[in-house]
Each structure stands twice: as C-alpha cells, then as structure tokens.
Design a protein around this ligand. Structure first.
Ligand SMILES: Nc1ncnc2c1ncn2[C@@H]1O[C@H](COP(=O)(O)OP(=O)(O)OP(=O)(O)O)[C@@H](O)[C@H]1O
Ligand SMILES: [Mg+2]
Length: 591
C-alpha cells in the first residue's frame, strides 16, 4: 500500500501526532537522551582516568575516580525506572485515545467493508496496530535512540581526539550501516510473507470458531484442524527460510565487525607509537570503539524490529485514511417530527458495479403513505433485504431517490435516518450479553417497565421470566443460548423499544413455529400500531392482514395490492400462496 520511505514518514508522523504530543512522553525522551549521553561520557572517561592514574602509580586519585564512577552509575541506574514510569503516564493515555479513535473509525466504515473482510483479521489488525504503536514509542525511546547515540557520540569523540582515526572509524561505521540496511532490506520479503500468512491463519481460525456449528454438524473438525495445521506449517517453513537467510547475513556481519575492530586497534597502536595520541586518548579510542561495535550489533536487531513494527502499523492506515462510500452530507437536513412517509422513486442498484454485476433493482418505485403497513414478497434473491438495507442507507442507490417524508435520505445524517427506522434484520443479531442489554441497545436509558412492556408486546416476556436469571440471562455469542424464535422475539422487543415511526421487519417470523407465528402476527397490530411498516416475509400468511402487498420480481415491482386483490389477479403472489397452502395442508395431514 505504502512504498519506500513514505511508509516510515507516515508512521513517524502518526506516532508524533499521537504519543509525541504527550508532555510526559516528551519529558521521558529528553531524560533518556541526557541519561544516555552521561553514560557514554562517564564510563570511558572514568576508565581512562583510572588507567592514567594507575600508570603514574597515583592510587588515591584512581580510587577517587572509581568512587565517583560508582556514584554516577548509581544515580543513572535509579533514573532508568523513573524515566519509564514518567513515559508510561503519557503512553497509557495516548494508547487509550488511539484505541478509541481507531475503533470508532473502524465501526464507522461502510457495511460492505465488513462483508469483504474476515472478522478475525479486523480484530487481529486492530490489536496489532494498538500494541505496535505502544511498542514502537517505547523502543524508540529505550533502544533506537540509545543505539544511534551509542554510535554517533563515540564517533564524534574519536574524531575530536584524533582526526585520522576518527575518519577511518566513520568510514567503517558507514560501511557497516549500509550493510545492515541492505541486510534488513533482504529480509523484508520474508517479513511481508510472514504477515500475510499470519493474517490468513488468524482470519481462518476465527472463521472456523464462529462457524463451529457448521463444522461440527458436518463432522469435519479434522479437516478444519488440518487446514490450521497446514497454515501453521507454512508459518514454520517461512520462519526456517528467514532464519537461514538471517544466519548467513549475521555471519557476514561478524566478519565485517572483527575487521572493523582490528583495523581501529592497529591504527590506534600505530598513532600512539608515533606519539600522535596519549595513553588516555588511546584508552578512550579503544573503549569507544567497543561501544560503537556494541551499538552496531544492536542496530542490526533494532532495524529488524523497527521494520516489523512499522509493517504492523501500516495496515491501520487503510482504516484511518479510508474514505467511506456512503457519507453524510456537509450540511445535513434535520427532520423534526417524522410522520413515516416512505418513497422509493425509480431506484436502481447493484452490488459490485465495477465488476459488472447484474443489477438487483432496476427502476423500482414504491410510495408508502405514513402509517401504512406493506408486505414485501418475492422469490429468494429478488432483492427484498437489499431494499431494506437501501432504506437504512447501508448502501446508496445508483439511480433514483429514497425519500422519508419527502426528504432524500442522502440529505440526512446516516444516524438520523437509522434513528427513524426500527430494523429487524433477517438474521437476528444478539450480543454476548444479558437479555436486558440486548433489548436496550436501541434505547440505553430505558426503564425496567419499558423493557418489560417491549418484551411483552413482542410476546417474549413469558419465556424471559421463565429463565433462571430472567432479564439478566446471558444469551451467548450471537444469542446461541436461545432458540431461533426466541432470538427473533428479543430482536422485535429491541425494535419496539426504539419507538421509531418506521419499522422494517425482514423475515421477522421466519424462525417461529406456526403457533408462535400466529401470536407474533396478532402482536403486529400492537407492535406496528401507528407506524409505517415494511414487512418482508416468505410465510405469506404473516402478511394477509397488511394494508398492501408488493411483489418484487427481477428488480421491479410486478404486483401491488391487498391480499384479496392479489389472489384475484392470479399472478406470482397467488401461485406462491397456493403453494404454501398445499404445503401447510400436507403438514397438517401428518399430525
Ligand atoms: N453484500 C452483498 N454483496 C454482493 N451481492 C449481494 C450482497 N447482498 C446480497 N447480494 C445479492 O443481491 C441479490 C439480492 O439479495 P437479497 O438479500 O436482497 O435477496 P432477498 O430477496 O432478500 O432474498 P431472500 O428471500 O433469500 O432473503 C442476491 O443475488 C444476492 O446474492
Ligand atoms: Mg432477504
């Protein structure tokens, strides 16, 4: 997505704009730099003073130097945890903010984005981004800066002490740095592949776990386990290849390092024997050379980790910089009191237009006066649920208009459109939470009385009261601990509690037995009272009391009228009705 240096720029800008803005993080960085420079000065200077005094047999000065060195080391040692503590105060706050901001951006993405990405991948990517930003900030302060200082500062001192040795040291360090950058670049393809395999495997595992019922009911646990095993083997194979390559690169690095040390050592001895530098300077040069070499060793690991973290943060920009397809207008209109008039005016729509997909709706029109109850019928795949999703503005129409009380829904904020519509999707969606929490999703401050009334009108109160923990019963992930009909009734109660003027029920009674279906159908009078209702159903008996029924076929409205009229017309509706009647009679003859 982002190539070359632009990805580093992006990540550094992001870290600066998030963690970098915290005062305490800034203070911890400054303290760390000061502490590191002090360490870099004190140890070699102390050693050179001690050796110089020993060579002059000046033992008491040598002892004083040892004592001073011990005191400074103690102070610097105590400073390290303090620096981390100060940094942590700001890091925690920044971490909370980036997690909140990122997640809010993620869940504001178009619904289609979620349909095109594995849930496991999205959650893993979120955690990776949040954790990596924190790790990156800490590593930058505690290690990367230290490493750079450990190389640059001693080089400057050596150059100050003796220009020829300094120039050679600079040249050797530059060679080593170029080699390490090249080595890190060589490892990049392994890292990229490793992330792709990781992403695929975590997405696959989450997919298997969330579809465990399908896996178990088809008795294919072993096949799925084998897929994961294979994925893990791919990771292992890649790790082996990366490790082999890294071993070769490390061997070469070792050779360069030894050569580096020997050249500088020889040059120092040569310069000292020529009388160009003193013994103190020579000791300093040798001590700093070891510091540089240790820094270069560390640089190799740091570069690897640095690029790894950058690559883990980068995918987050897909969400952070993502432009939604469905957007709010710059100056949204506000509907004060919605009566509930709905109109689809000559709308056309297709998913995946760019891939030339067949349109789901073509020139579809339907006008629903406020308070009217409309049933929608059509063969599977005719576009009924799509119609509901377009009304909720999960997608925008390609042509035509959808109006609520005469206002184009594209002129309203998406949240405002959805606020006016209580929607029960084809698949009731419940959180892994209590029944209470699931019902109040649409009205978080609902009272106990309101919750019970909503459950009662959805004919759910009786079964909820029979549960050992009543309203507080946890329904399990996606409501697995409830029956299909119970889930649907909870979803209906949630919609009732929303008190919206428009209700859209997509197959709200499909999971109910005929008795419960009759109860729900009866409750429609109460649930839908005074509201505009769009009821999508395959069970046509649910719709017989609707003011009007629409039949959709091949993306257009082919029949429109009350139940009796459509039966007289003897079209698709009458055919479907007779078919269901025969089916119900067959079933009752079995009783
Ligand atoms: N997110 C999507 N991306 C691409 N195509 C989709 C998507 N959702 C639905 N479709 C396609 O659009 C068409 C209409 O689907 P829709 O869900 O509206 O049908 P439906 O009338 O509700 O069917 P059913 O009665 O089976 O629920 C189908 O061909 C379906 O494959
Ligand atoms: Mg549907």
């Amino acid at each position: 997505m982002f190539r070359g240096l632009s990805k580093y720029k992006l990540v550094y800008n992001h870290i600066w704009n998030t963690y970098g803005q915290s005062r305490t993080v800034q203070v911890s960085f400054v303290l760390q730099i000061i502490a590191r420079i002090c360490r870099l000065v004190i140890l070699p200077v102390a050693i050179s003073i001690i050796i110089a005094n020993l060579s002059k047999r000046n033992f008491s000065s040598a002892q004083n130097a040892v004592f001073l060195y011990a005191c400074f080391s103690f102070v610097l040692g105590a400073l390290t945890p303090l620096i981390k503590y100060i940094g942590m105060l700001g890091e925690n706050k920044a971490c909370r903010e980036i997690t909140g901001n990122y997640f809010s951006r993620l869940i504001s993405a178009d619904l289609d984005y979620f349909h095109s990405n594995l849930a496991g991948y999205l959650t893993t990517a979120t955690r990776q981004y949040v954790d990596s930003c924190m790790q990156f900030t800490r590593a930058l302060r505690d290690r990367y800066l230290n490493t750079i200082l450990s190389i640059v500062f001693p080089l400057c001192v050596i150059l100050y002490l003796d220009i020829p040795i300094g120039l050679v040291a600079f040249a050797l360090s530059a060679t080593q740095a170029v080699y390490l950058l090249w080595a890190s670049h060589t490892i990049t393809p392994y890292r990229t592949r490793s992330r792709e395999i990781y992403k695929r495997n975590s997405g696959r595992m989450a997919d298997i776990v969330s579809n465990i019922l399908a896996v178990k009911s088809t008795a294919k646990e072993e096949i799925r386990a084998e897929q994961v095993r294979q994925g893990s083997a791919d990771e292992g194979q890649l790790f082996y290849e990366r490790y082999t390559m890294q071993t070769k690169l490390i061997a070469l690095r070792e050779a360069i390092t030894v050569a580096f040390f020997l050249v500088l050592l020889w040059l120092t001895v040569h310069r000292m024997s020529g009388g160009h530098i003193s013994i103190t300077a020579a000791v300093l040069v040798v001590t700093y050379t070891t510091t540089i070499l240790t820094g270069i060793y560390q640089l190799s690991d740091d570069l690897d980790e640095h690029d790894d973290l950058v690559d883990k943060i980068i995918p987050a920009f897909e969400i952070l910089n993502r432009k939604n397809i469905v957007t709010d207008p710059a100056k949204p209109k506000v509907l004060k009191k919605v009566r509930g008039q709905v109109a689809f005016k000559d709308i056309s729509f297709s998913y995946d237009k760019n891939k030339g997909a067949t349109p789901v709706l073509t020139g579809f029109s339907l006008s629903i006066p406020a308070g009217q109850k409309v049933g929608i019928v059509g063969l599977s795949g005719a576009g009924k649920s799509t119609l509901a999703k377009l009304l909720l503005r999960f997608n925008d129409v390609d042509a035509g208009q959808i109006l609520i009380d005469g206002t184009d829904i594209r002129d309203l904020k998406q949240t405002d459109v959805r606020k006016h519509i209580a929607y029960i999707p084809q698949e009731p969606l419940l959180f892994h939470a209590s029944i209470r929490d699931n019902v109040i999703l649409s009205r978080p401050n609902a009272t106990n009385k309101e919750i019970r009334e909503a459950l009662s009108s959805a004919h759910a109160l009786k079964f909820v009261d029979q549960l050992p923990e009543g309203l507080e019963s946890i329904v399990g992930e996606r409501g697995v601990k409830l029956s299909g009909g119970q889930k649907q009734r909870i979803a209906i109660a949630r919609a009732v509690l929303q008190h919206s003027p428009i209700m859209v029920l997509d197959e709200a009674t499909s999971a109910l037995d005929s008795e419960s279906e009759q109860i729900i159908k009866d409750s429609f009078t109460e649930v839908l009272k005074g509201k505009t209702a769009i009821v999508i159903a395959h069970r046509l008996s649910t719709l017989s009391e609707m003011d009007r029924i629409i039949v959709i076929e091949k993306g257009v409205c082919v029949e429109d009228g009350p139940h009796a009229k459509l039966l007289r017309q003897n079209g698709l509706y009458a055919r479907l009705w007779r078919h269901q009647l025969r089916h119900d009679e067959d079933l009752s003859s079995l009783d």
